[in-house]
Design a protein around this ligand. Structure first.
Ligand SMILES: Cc1ncc(COP(=O)(O)O)c(C=O)c1O
Length: 381
């Protein structure tokens, strides 16, 4: 969560004062947010829901993914990505990441089987995946593409917003994200039928409530991931902060990447579309994991405005730490599952271990950032 203030307090106060806390009432904040979000990212349809995970599960359900289907996911993402497939009885197939730490297209091709039904490219850390190549592979192999843009709200690929390139895309608005309401998510798509199916799945009661009951698609069993009006009110304000936030993040990342204080042997990590990068993290490739660890220790020990991290050591995003995925512990009994050894994706571990991310809050004054970076040569000597 980057920015939040009086406007959000005001929006929440208004909702509570109105006593209209349900999305199907007149003046719905949820419906307004859906219209605003769709316009912002250039999608025809948008559905706000309780989390990014809810969006991924609803998206996969709308794509018809079910027991026995294989869903290709990167080995570096939040654990919710493979769990979304498992929630529907599908089998997550782990794919290596490339040096940008997004889905490796060569390994994606290798992992496709006749049972592969969908791929979930994850725009991790706000970094766009190689979407042209992924969309081509998906088209050639009959795979649906559900973009996990949970960490990439507002980013783009060749001028098109992340989340709108595949059949559907999902954003998260949890505490850690670019925009936040504490917990929340959204699904966007240009496919009317897919939207209706996601709407049906996300709200078990929608057949009884107007305007949701106007869908043309036959109803099927759904769940309840309906969003609260209070949180949608927060999101409505958060969306107005997006452009300024991205501009400030990008200004700081450009400054970090070009700073003369950084060691010459740090190679900026490749990005598939630098212009569309959300710039939440500045990635560098260093010699090895040991060097990465040392850098992290020194930078964080200095308590600058800049923090450092080695993605191999961020537990919940690395497949080796996904015990339930690796053991195939599905919530649905009697289904086929798959197990993964710790060395199932060695390339991913190699690239994660050699990457150092620097992060800085977008409100940090540029002079302060500059002063911190200027101290790196002495700090790392
Ligand atoms: C890449 C990725 N996918 C999915 C999710 C799940 O989002 P949520 O926490 O809103 O359910 C997250 C959240 O951390 C994420 O970072």
């Amino acid at each position: 969560m980057y920015r939040m203030g009086e406007e959000e307090i005001q929006a929440v106060t208004e909702v509570i004062a109105s006593k209209k806390l349900w999305r199907y009432q007149e003046g719905s904040r949820s419906q307004q947010f859906e219209r605003d979000l769709a316009a912002k990212v250039g999608a025809l349809h948008s559905l706000v829901l309780t989390s990014g995970t809810a969006g991924l599960v609803s998206g996969l359900a709308a794509l018809g993914i079910g027991p026995g289907d294989e869903v290709l996911v990167p080995a570096y993402t939040f654990i919710a990505t493979p769990f979304a497939a498992m929630a529907l009885g599908a089998i997550p197939v782990l794919v290596e990441v490339d040096e940008s730490l997004t889905l490796d297209v060569a390994d994606l091709k290798r992992k496709i089987t006749p049972r592969s039904k969908a791929v979930i490219p994850v725009h991790i850390n706000g970094l766009p995946c190689a979407m042209d190549e992924i969309l081509t592979v998906a088209r050639n192999n009959g795979l649906a593409v559900l973009e996990d843009a949970c960490q990439a709200m507002g980013g783009s690929y060749r001028g098109q917003r992340l989340g709108t390139l595949g059949q559907a895309g999902v954003y998260s608005f949890n505490y850690y994200k670019i925009l936040s309401c504490g917990e929340g998510g959204a699904l966007v798509t240009n496919d009317a039928e897919l939207y209706e199916k996601a709407l049906i799945y996300h709200d078990a009661g929608c057949s009884f409530f107007s305007p949701a009951q106007k869908v043309k698609t036959p109803y099927f069993a759904g769940s309840n991931y309906r969003m609260s009006e209070i949180l949608s009110a927060v999101l409505g304000v958060q969306l107005t902060r997006l452009d300024g936030l991205l501009a400030d993040l990008r200004e700081r990342k450009a400054h970090i990447l070009g700073h003369p204080g950084l060691p010459r042997d740090w190679v900026p990590a490749p990005v598939h579309d630098a212009l569309g990068d959300c710039a939440t993290k500045s990635g560098f490739i260093v010699k090895d994991h040991e060097s990465a660890r040392r850098i992290v220790e020194l930078v964080n020990g200095a308590h600058f405005c800049v923090q450092a991290e080695c993605p191999l050591d961020t537990s919940r995003h690395v497949y080796t730490n996904w015990e339930a995925v690796r053991e195939g512990r599905s919530p649905l009994k009697g289904l086929e599952t798959r197990r993964y050894a710790a060395d199932a994706c060695p390339q991913t571990l190699e690239f994660l271990g050699r990457t150092v991310y620097l992060t800085v809050h977008p409100d940090t004054p540029m002079e302060e950032l500059d002063q911190a970076l200027a101290q790196f040569p002495r700090l790392l000597a």
